[in-house]
Write a protein that binds this ligand. Structure first.
Ligand code: ZN
Length: 486
């Protein structure tokens, strides 16, 4: 109630007049609430099918072994191995495209990975001889010529492994790692290809993750070489909601979201600046992670327990000593985050399928929870649809520091191609807090507009909070935030 009253104070008087006895950062905005839901996105979420996801994972598992190295084997039974899996994934994208009048451009990125490069963490090489890799992807081109350059990408890896990462013949189902993520990419393509968005969406399945992130690295390098304006990557890896009898710590209403702190692509001087300003938790990748929490507030209300899904910000690149394909995109300078189930079962990943001392090992389909994977697909769909509908992020977002005082003067410009109805939302949080807490329309503050350039004076000390600025459209789709820097 207090906070509501203080926000009314701001509206009624002037943002520069604080209501009595309130700290500036609480008195000057309102606690963040969910944006209103877009009926089109709500309709898309209803089209997600648990059965389709289940069937797709069954099909992926039926390729027996999707080890990346299997592409070079000539003794595999017909219809098994990673090459057959790639052809099937491509055929799925093509079938979805046929249902939308050819709306998807289905592509392959095929190349030969040389032998002998070190594996993850400088481990022994995991590619013994030159090996053919094929990334399969589908592009849903944006409809607004002024905004279609912007791309948002969802990926999962379709290769698998067992205990011996070089074994490309034994049963290696990978039902969770990462048939689940591959099924999410496919379901996003199937559902979202029924709609059109101003910006472009890319649906991806990569090989090579288990060898050394090779497939995603090659695609990220291609994206860089082709100058993709790639503004966000969602990497779904191990989102199967592992269900082991007796496991009491799994949660089907949580999903972890990992994202880098200081960008992998930052130069040494950029790193020094980031650390000196205390914005090491505001990389573009972290802002994508916060976009995921914001979208979840709108589309996954916790009031209905079976539908609730709460993304948990994990303020690190990945799980301990492990990697994933988002890292490949980070290294090329793109913002990317990883979604992973709340609690993994290490008996059910990277293990030869067997029973030992009564314990069942192996990444088997019976441990997948298809309803959970469907929820993860819905979260991805809501995030992709929101970002592709919203204007691009504001640009040239700066903190003006000519006078060091208790106000914060922020200058920014509308992104290229932003529709006339674009408005800007200022958000902030205390420096000790991981997600945005407060926000208000930027136009509520003392604002000067000169051409494309907006300057706002906010009566909150920049020393005690971290700000972010989002671009929003009239329907309430908001971009991820940009943190102003001096
Ligand atoms: Zn994986």
């Amino acid at each position: 109630m207090l906070q509501a009253i203080s926000f009314l104070c701001v509206l009624a008087l002037s943002p520069s007049i604080l209501c009595a006895q309130q700290l500036d950062f609480k008195a000057t905005g309102a606690p963040l609430k969910a944006e209103s839901a877009d009926p089109q996105i709500t309709a898309a979420l209803r089209r997600v099918s648990v059965d389709v996801i289940h069937r797709n994972i069954e099909k992926l598992v039926a390729f027996n072994n999707r080890n990346t190295l299997s592409s070079m084997e000539t003794d595999l039974p017909e219809g098994t191995g990673i090459t057959a899996a790639a052809a099937w994934i491509k055929a799925q994208f093509e079938a979805y495209s046929a249902q939308c009048g050819g709306c998807l451009e289905v592509k392959e990125d095929t190349y030969i990975e040389p032998a002998g490069k070190p594996g993850f963490g400088n481990s022994a090489p995991r590619i013994a001889k030159p090996t053919r890799l094929t990334t399969v992807y589908a592009v849903l081109k944006g409809t607004d010529p002024a905004q279609s350059q912007r791309r948002y990408l969802v990926t999962g890896h379709y290769d698998t492994r067992i205990t011996d990462v070089m074994d490309d013949h034994s049963f290696a189902p990978g039902a969770n790692d990462d048939s689940s993520g591959t099924a999410v990419s496919l379901e996003c393509a199937r559902v979202l290809s029924r709609q059109r968005f101003p910006a472009t969406l890319v649906f991806v399945a990569v090989p090579g993750e288990e060898q050394a992130l090779n497939g995603s690295k090659h695609l990220a390098e291609l994206a860089k070489a082709e100058n993709w304006d790639l503004e966000g990557v969602l990497n779904n890896d191990i989102v199967g909601g592992n269900t082991t009898p007796g496991e009491t710590h799994q949660s089907k209403s949580l999903v972890r979201v990992f994202s880098e702190n200081v960008p992998a692509s930052a130069t040494p001087s950029e790193v020094r600046r980031i650390l000196s300003l205390g914005v090491e938790s505001d990389s573009p990748s972290r802002e994508i992670a916060r976009e995921i929490t914001a979208v979840a507030r709108t589309y996954f209300p916790s009031a209905i327990p079976s539908q609730a899904l709460k993304p948990v910000l994990e303020l690190r690149l990945d799980r301990y000593l492990r990697g994933g394909d988002h890292r490949s995109f980070n290294e090329e300078g793109f913002a990317a985050a990883r979604l992973t189930e709340w609690r993994e079962d290490f008996n059910h990943q990277h293990q030869k399928v067997r029973v030992e001392n009564g314990v069942e090992y192996g990444d088997l389909i019976k441990f997948d929870d298809f309803a959970y994977i469907a929820k993860i697909a819905r979260l991805n769909i809501a995030v992709l649809a929101t970002m592709a509908s919203a204007p691009g992020m504001p640009i040239h977002v700066r903190m003006l520091t000519r006078n060091l005082d208790n106000d914060s003067i922020i200058r920014f410009e509308a992104p290229a191609g932003a529709p006339a109805s674009t408005w800007f939302k200022l958000v902030w949080r205390e420096t000790s807090v991981s997600d945005w807490q407060y926000g208000a329309k930027a136009s509520l503050y003392k604002e000067q507009v000169a051409g494309m350039e907006h300057t706002i004076t906010v009566p909150v000390s920049k020393d005690n909070v971290i700000f972010g600025l989002r671009s929003c459209d009239a329907a309430g789709h908001c971009s991820s935030a940009v943190t102003p820097l001096p």
